[in-house]
Design a protein around this ligand. Structure first.
Ligand SMILES: [Fe+2]
Ligand SMILES: [Fe+2]
Length: 367
């Protein structure tokens, strides 16, 4: 590269590096401030790591500047930006969220300028590329940090807007559970539920309750956990009642006996536990312990049901009969939900007597 243009390239790079360096010191101030303000373990871990990266990167940038051997002053615009961002950090008119967003902007700027340096040095002489090679690592860190700050902004922003805590990975965890399980929760269901075999719709109910357990146990406050538990109570009670009145009864009518008696027993245990937890005073910790016990009972029952009872149903009923049973199950669910809404429902009735539909001794295909 001829002399003049090498000089231009080097001066341009030096000026950009000076800007990055002065902003990097500000980045450290923002990291310190944020570390002192967040209270979530996951965030503290990420921020701690980010703080270490940023400190290391400031030293790396200073080293590269020395290796490059061309020094420049930061541009007035960069100095003014740093001054403004420092003011924002201590200005009470800016909300916590706005300050975190400013941090995000700062990181984005560091990343954009770092990428520019990395790109520009491609046309510089080899010695310059050697001197500034460390920018690849700095840029990679900044990319990672931008993602973290976006996540933090989401969590903090949701808390500021809704007044409650977001569970950022809750949906992910729930979806993960479903990828290994039968059913199509979350992926959307393409056909009306009434056209599916009853086993599919029962399994969908089971997955929904699985998700409710995860939500209850992941809740950050007792109040939220109690709200989720009410949904478990309602869903499980309705599901069990309709399942007994339609599905279990139809199987019994076709001579499937021991399996169903065992299932009734387990429903009885679940209902007692549901009532016990609902009326239980005590601490959040104790509540969660009891919900976990219920979760274990339910998942044991569901596993047996989906393996043994469903298999037996598929051997006992034709495909068409399974669809007819599904329609009855849906109708019965609606009826029980109405009863519950109007206060006519006794959740702890065991194998309750019912006015609900049953296949009785008749063949489902005759309906
Ligand atoms: Fe079930
Ligand atoms: Fe069941």
């Amino acid at each position: 590269m001829e002399n003049t243009s090498a000089t231009i390239v080097n001066k341009g790079l030096a000026s950009e590096i000076a800007d990055i360096k002065v902003r990097q010191a500000l980045v450290l101030d923002y990291s310190d401030w944020l570390l002192s303000r967040v209270d979530r373990d996951a965030m503290i871990d990420e921020l701690g790591e980010m703080r270490e990266d940023d400190e290391k990167n400031l030293r790396l940038i200073e080293n590269m500047e020395v290796q490059h051997g061309v020094k420049a002053q930061p541009k007035p615009a960069a100095l003014r930006h740093v001054e403004l961002a420092r003011e924002i950090l201590i200005d009470p008119r800016y909300s916590f969220l706005e300050k975190v967003a400013e941090f995000g902007l700062l990181k984005t700027m560091q990343n954009t300028c770092g990428m520019l340096v990395a790109r520009s040095m491609q046309i510089a002489d080899p010695d310059v590329r050697l001197a500034l090679g460390g920018f690849a690592a700095v840029n990679a860190d900044n990319m990672k940090h931008m993602k973290w700050i976006t996540n933090m902004t989401n969590v903090i922003g949701t808390r500021q807007i809704t007044g409650s805590e977001e569970e950022p990975d809750l949906w992910g965890r729930v979806r993960e559970m479903f990828t290994t399980a039968a059913g199509a929760m979350g992926a959307g269901v393409a056909e009306p539920l009434e056209d599916l075999p009853i086993t599919s719709v029962l399994a969908m109910d089971h997955r929904k309750v699985d998700a409710l357990f995860v939500e209850t146990l992941a809740a950050s406050s007792y109040e939220t956990a109690r709200e989720h538990f009410e949904s478990i109570f309602r869903d499980l009670s309705v599901h069990a009642a309709a399942e007994e009145d339609v599905f279990y009864r139809a199987l019994q009518d076709r001579g499937v006996s021991d399996l169903i008696l065992h299932a009734y027993d387990e429903h009885g245990d679940m209902k007692r536990k549901l009532e016990e937890i609902r009326s239980m005073p005590g601490t959040f910790e104790e509540f969660k312990r009891q919900v976990k016990l219920l979760q274990q009972m339910v998942s044991h029952h569901v596993r047996e049901e989906e393996d043994r009872v469903f298999d037996s149903a598929k051997m006992t009923f034709s495909e068409n009969e399974l669809v007819v049973l599904c329609r009855r199950f849906m109708q019965e669910k609606k009826r029980v939900q109405d009863d519950m809404r109007d206060g006519r429902f006794l959740a702890n009735a065991g194998s309750r007597t019912t006015t609900g539909t049953s296949l009785g001794a008749r063949s489902p295909s005759s309906h």
